[in-house]
Design a protein around this ligand. Structure first.
Ligand SMILES: *Cc1c(COP(=O)(O)O)cnc(C)c1O
Length: 198
């Protein structure tokens, strides 16, 4: 997937013409503006921190929200999706890094979410997998460890709690600087920005 945050509509259009159809943004405002100016068959992904009061603008058309990082956001997504009679596809963002600037649900919180079947309260939110951002470091072994742990966690959650969920399979991990490691560890979606535009 192409991360097009901060890039112009012209730059995006060029990649579109080369065949790219999946684009990700981290700000709702920018996402709405670009969507309006670009072809309708683009699949848009929300990858940044999502404020609860912005959820309503995404419902009914967003392809995948990668950054669901708190229970309160699930509640808002459920409320708005139910009201629009829509199913919203999301990933749970897990805090996998050793870095305070990154965020997400913790391993323990996520385990509890599934153990207590909290997802039953959110029938209009389809959880399609997990997202994680590794620590920004040149230590590739640490990055590999973080991605591998996320991949095993996905398998663990699925086997133990939701074996009947065929849609629970996406692993969104890897960016320009670490995507190869992410793919080796089992990523199904890599989020690439700078590499496409440099
Ligand atoms: C910006 C961003 C990316 C892409 O980063 P690059 O280093 O430009 O590839 C990926 N994921 C998220 C969540 C981002 O905010």
């Amino acid at each position: 997937m192409v991360v097009s945050k901060g890039r112009s509509v012209e730059d995006i259009l060029q990649l579109y013409e080369e065949g790219q159809r999946d684009f990700g943004e981290n700000r709702v405002q920018e996402l709405l503006r670009k969507r309006e100016q670009l072809p309708g068959d683009i699949r848009w992904h929300m990858i940044g921190t999502l404020q609860t009061n912005k959820v309503k603008y995404l419902i009914g058309w967003i392809d995948l929200i990668h950054s669901v990082d708190r229970l309160h956001l699930f509640e808002e997504l459920e409320k708005r999706s139910a009201r629009a009679n829509a199913i919203t596809r999301v990933l749970i963002q897990i805090y996998i890094a050793q870095e305070p600037t990154k965020h997400g649900m913790s391993w323990a919180e996520t385990e509890e979410f599934f153990r207590q079947r909290m997802w039953e309260r959110f029938p209009h939110v389809q959880i399609c997998g997990l997202m994680g951002m590794a620590t920004y470091t040149s230590n590739t072994e640490q990055v590999r460890k973080e991605f591998t742990r996320l991949a095993s966690f996905l398998r663990h959650i699925q086997e133990r709690y939701v074996p009947h969920w065929e849609h629970f399979k996406e692993l969104s991990m890897g960016m320009s600087n670490d995507w190869q490691i992410a793919v080796e560890a089992g990523a199904t979606i890599v989020r690439i920005g700078s590499l496409f535009f440099e």
